[in-house]
Design a binder for this molecule. Structure first.
Ligand code: COA
Length: 260
């Protein structure tokens, strides 16, 4: 597929998706959301890709939100459809992807931009990053999972404060809140993400996909996370990765996981 709004590079086992609408601070329009869906779908199917890093182009923004110009005239029905489709096609899709996704938050991550970063498996930010869910200042609420994922990540009280005040927090506060795992200078952001990607790539892709599934299950009210963990744990024993991992350990060598 040819992407108009994304740049995708793959280097060995790591793919980088860069949202590329810098003049609009990488705001998520409909086309970009669709392209992201297909990019994650394709890279998720590619067995050579062990980790995906998601970032925004330019030095100013990760993503400054959903494209306000696209939904300003929507009806109630259209609004609900926008949220439902976006959650299904992109935000839940990333969260449940078997391939780990790291958000490299290189500037503003606002509204849908922060929701996008929160749908990723974890987040690393540069010092200039500013994060917030300013939707109530526009007369709307977060609709791409923000009211759910923000309290999960930072606790209900802090999420209430951020959403109700519509204020932005800086990178240091985001680190303190646990919204991002690390904060570094912008020029080191991608290197640090690559470092994590390298560590992840050494591990069993199958076990990693089961770990993601089990962790996510604990945040899904309709599933028992402990049961999911038991099932996934058992499934690992039937995989070639498990055989290789345990054999390599006993033979005192590094595992070379087949990814099956
Ligand atoms: N949707 C659509 N366009 C957006 C956008 C968004 N969420 N965020 C920024 N842009 C556009 C601006 O309209 C502007 O386009 P223009 O040059 O054609 O006028 C361009 O990106 C640059 O933004 P600008 O506001 O001039 O930059 P700034 O440095 O003065 O301010 C922000 C940066 C992030 C504070 C400001 O852009 C902003 O508040 N954006 C909206 C954030 C928001 O409410 N997001 C939640 C949406 S639900």
């Amino acid at each position: 597929m040819k992407y108009e709004n994304l740049l995708i590079t793959t280097d060995k086992e790591v793919a980088i998706i860069t949202i590329n609408r810098p003049t609009k601070l990488n705001a998520l329009n409909k086309a970009t959301i669709e392209e992201l869906h297909y990019a994650f779908k394709d890279l998720g199917k590619d067995k050579k890709v062990k980790v995906i890093i998601l970032t925004g182009s330019g030095e100013k923004a990760f993503v400054a939100g959903a494209d306000i110009s696209e939904f300003a005239n929507f009806s109630e029905k259209e609004g609900a459809k926008l949220a439902a489709k976006g959650q299904k096609r992109l935000f839940n899709f990333i969260e449940n992807l078997s391939t780990p996704v790291i958000a490299a938050v290189n500037g503003f991550a606002l509204g849908g931009g922060l929701e996008l970063a929160m749908a990723c498996h974890f987040r690393v930010a540069s010092h200039n990053a500013r994060m917030g869910l300013p939707e109530v200042s526009l007369g709307v609420i977060p609709g791409y999972g923000g009211t759910q994922r923000l309290p999960q990540l930072i606790g209900r009280g802090r999420a209430m404060e951020m959403i109700l005040t519509a204020s932005m927090i800086d990178a240091a506060k985001a680190l303190e809140f646990g919204l991002v795992n690390y904060v570094v200078e912008q020029e080191h952001l991608m290197d640090l993400c690559q470092k994590f990607a390298g560590k992840i790539s050494n591990n069993s892709p199958v076990a990693i996909s089961y770990a993601i599934k089990a962790i996510n299950a604990g945040f899904n009210n309709s599933i028992n996370g402990y049961e999911t963990e038991i099932e996934a744990f058992g499934s690992c024993f039937g995989t070639s990765d498990f055989k290789e991992g345990t054999t390599a350990f006993l033979e005192k060598r590094r595992a070379n996981f087949p990814g099956a």
